[in-house]
Design a binder for this molecule. Structure first.
Ligand SMILES: C[S@@+](CC[C@H](N)C(=O)[O-])C[C@H]1O[C@@H](n2cnc3c(N)ncnc32)[C@H](O)[C@@H]1O
Length: 302
């Protein structure tokens, strides 16, 4: 049974929300929601929630938000996502003798950025069919003999490629969603050529306390509401976003995981006050290769 006080508060809350919505102002709507979601709940949600990252849930969630994914990506990041991708495709020098693979490619933006950057074949993989359909819709008109990027449906934890095939294997904002992070990274390393690079672009939390505080508020209370309002997704994809970011390793911790998966010389660069971080690892000559490949290297070097 509700007390008269809570009934009044409920009415006030609904009124504020309806008014804000009817003004079609996403921001005021979200701020109103954030205001009425008392801070006492925040701690509870941050500490108690453990994110469901089962393959089925992830596929369903991205399938549902796919029609608005690109728009929301650019809108919610204020266009900064273009800059992050720009930095990623310039992180290592491209050679023209081996293809590039972008896993968890979604609607393919990083794959297209690599394709524009160099004259090399680019493959994008993802396990959500709806996201890949949108990637395929962005394919450019054929240009002379140059092949357009190719998109394939595949689980990052079980990639359908031979060992040592790609000069770069990248992932943008996808590794955090892979059910088994290590398995995903190990597969990325397996298909990367010895001496090639694995690039991971992922959200992170800023280290400056002032920026971190404001960003946390935006990320946890404004962004999920705008996202959900516009994407209208049952799986709460934009609540999932801050939850999955706060649970995901960053900085030294992720670099150590990358190293344990066979990468050497792992470096990382915080971007835009540390809202995103770009990690770069190099695959060593022997670690992470299949037994046959290791045997070949050992015999050929005597
Ligand atoms: C946040 S989106 C990122 C898309 C794109 N890379 C970008 O930067 O916009 C995450 C993508 O990872 C994909 N994904 C998550 N787990 C995956 C897995 N195990 N195998 C393949 N794709 C996966 C989802 O389907 C989704 O398209």
């Amino acid at each position: 049974m509700q007390t008269p006080t809570s009934e009044n508060r409920h009415t006030k809350k609904e009124t504020a929300l309806i008014e804000a919505e009817s003004l079609s102002s996403c921001y005021s709507f979200c701020i109103a929601r954030a205001y009425f979601d008392p801070p006492s709940n925040w701690y509870h949600r941050e500490t108690v929630m453990s994110v469901d990252k089962s393959e089925k849930r992830i596929q369903q969630m991205f399938g549902e938000i796919s029609p608005r994914y690109d728009f929301l990506n650019h809108f919610l990041s204020g266009g900064t996502d273009y800059y992050w991708r720009w930095r990623t495709v310039r992180a290592v020098k491209l050679r023209d003798d081996a293809p590039i693979l972008d896993v968890c490619t979604g609607t393919g933006d990083l794959a297209f950025a690599f394709w524009k950057r160099g004259n090399v074949p680019v493959i994008g993989t993802d396990f959500t069919h709806e996201m890949l359909e949108l990637a395929n819709q962005k394919l450019p008109e054929p240009e002379g003999s140059r092949l357009a990027p190719t998109f394939l449906e595949a689980d990052t934890q079980n990639l359908p490629f031979d060992d040592d095939r790609f000069q770069i294997v990248s992932v943008a904002f996808g590794l955090r969603n892979v059910t088994d992070t290590k398995k995903g990274l190990q597969e990325m390393v397996r298909v990367c050529q010895p001496g090639g690079h694995v690039l991971v672009l992922e959200f992170s939390m800023p280290t400056n306390p002032v920026i971190r505080g404001s960003y946390k508020f935006y990320f946890r209370h404004i962004l999920p509401r705008i996202g959900q309002l516009l994407a209208r997704n049952r799986q709460s994809a934009y609540n999932y976003l801050p939850d999955s970011v706060s649970e995901f390793p960053q900085g030294t911790e992720l670099a150590e995981i990358m190293q344990s998966c066979g990468m050497e010389e792992v470096t990382w660069k915080p971007l835009t006050f540390g809202i995103a971080t770009l990690y770069c690892g190099r695959k060593g000559s022997v670690v992470g290769q299949s037994d046959t490949a290791v045997r070949d290297v050992i015999t050929s070097t005597g």
